[in-house]
Write a protein that binds this ligand. Structure first.
Ligand code: 13P
Ligand code: 13P
Ligand code: MG
Ligand code: MG
Length: 377
């Protein structure tokens, strides 16, 4: 039997109101499209949801990663939802639909994609994380904690099947290069890169050779699409998703969600131009309101049985995460007091892909050269 693939493909095809939420009619059309595909056996199972204004398609199948038919199904679903969004004049209708025609692979066309392919184990739990109002690098800190920090993941210390550590595939999204590095051996080198989260992003995490889980089967995958590279201008943030597999040689489910008890600072928020804390929320609260935020992360837990999705459990729907939520609005208050000042507003080099250069351009001719003025004196 072919291996199982989980594909999480997401797009902002129109917000409601503004960039807050996804209208129920868009979810309805997505469910209709995917249930037709399930009947035709293109996919085995699916779950449709949203995080903030991003429509999320979670699908299982046996066609492998980068399958043309799965990507086309997602693309056609987003195009159908966009048509409804346009009819209702939803905000930014078709925001992430950046190309006119499907070209065989949805990568580079606007939507975000995370896919993992694996031999289904005796029991196979996994978590789908979805973030709104931030960028792929927002996953660097939690992924590092899950797979490399013994103060987060007890299994790294006490479970012989995790003790060897994990392998990180890091992408340099500026230079379009990747590097594979081992933890714990190269921990400090990994951190030297991934601390610069707007440039270096963790794309996948793999088990080490000799692990209980095959070394070629990714334990985690993060969407790393950058919209401004495709659109050539600011159209919205690259609100990322991640799939993390758990247990039996991989971090336990509780270790996988533990990093989100700390609402770390991420970039995004209002106009994709501000640093702010990421708030772990349940489905009901996966709506970005205050200052179009603060950025949010949602976590759905599933088991998989011959490709059927069992679940989800809404993992942050739990008072155990109230502390992180309280901290995140306290930090949000503190950051907001800075108004247009850095480091609340992103540094100038990150603002290059926002609307700020448009303001700077008109001031350009009014600048006088200080050295020339000095010489004249
Ligand atoms: P596994 O090794 O079966 O994943 O068990 C670990 C565990 O569940 C501890 O919480
Ligand atoms: P989204 O990327 O979620 O559409 O948000 C864009 C924005 O500019 C919010 O202020
Ligand atoms: Mg939007
Ligand atoms: Mg969004």
């Amino acid at each position: 039997m072919a291996k199982i693939t989980i594909s999480v493909i997401k797009a902002d095809v129109g917000g409601f109101p503004g960039h807050v939420d996804v209208h129920p009619r868009l979810m309805e059309i997505a469910r209709k499209r995917l249930s037709e595909a399930k009947k035709k056996k293109t996919i085995i199972d699916f779950y449709v949801t949203h995080c903030g204004d991003d429509l999320q398609l979670i699908m299982t199948h046996r066609k492998g990663v980068d399958s043309q038919s799965i990507h086309k199904l997602a693309w056609d679903t987003f195009v159908a939802a966009t048509a409804i969004a346009k009819e209702m004049k939803l905000y930014g209708a078709g925001q992430d639909i950046l190309k006119d025609a499907f070209s065989g692979n949805i990568r580079g066309m606007g939507p975000g994609i995370a896919e993992v392919e694996f031999e289904e184990r005796k029991s196979d739990p996994f978590v789908v994380f979805m973030m709104d109002k931030t960028e792929p690098g927002a996953f660097n800190l939690p992924m590092y904690k899950i797979f490399a920090d013994p103060f987060n993941t007890a299994g790294l210390v006490i479970d012989p099947t995790c003790h060897a550590g994990f392998r990180f595939e890091v992408w340099d999204i500026l230079e379009h290069k990747k590097i594979v590095m081992d933890a714990p051996e190269e921990t400090y080198d990994i951190l030297a890169m991934i601390g610069a989260k707007s440039r270096y992003v963790i794309k996948r995490v793999f088990p080490k050779p000799g692990s209980k889980v095959p070394e070629k089967e990714a334990a985690a995958c993060i969407s790393t699409e950058k919209l401004y590279e495709i659109a050539g201008e600011y159209v919205g943030k690259d609100d990322p998703v991640a799939i993390v597999r758990c247990q039996s040689g991989l971090p336990a489910l509780g270790e996988v969600i533990e990093p989100f008890t700390f609402p770390h600072l991420v970039s995004g928020w209002m106009r994709g131009s501000h640093n702010g804390p990421i708030m772990p929320v349940d489905q009901k609260h996966a709506r970005c309101t205050r200052f179009d935020g603060p950025p949010r992360v949602m976590a759905l837990g599933f088991q998989i049985a011959d490709g059927d999705l069992i679940g989800p459990v809404d993992l942050f729907d739990d008072p155990a995460f109230d502390g992180a939520r309280t901290k995140s609005w306290e930090v949000a208050d503190y950051m907001r007091r800075h108004g247009p000042f850095e480091p609340h507003r992103l540094p100038m080099e990150d603002m290059e892909y926002t609307t700020l250069p448009g303001v700077m351009k008109k001031l350009h001719d009014r600048f006088e050269d200080l050295d020339k003025i000095e010489q004249k004196k």
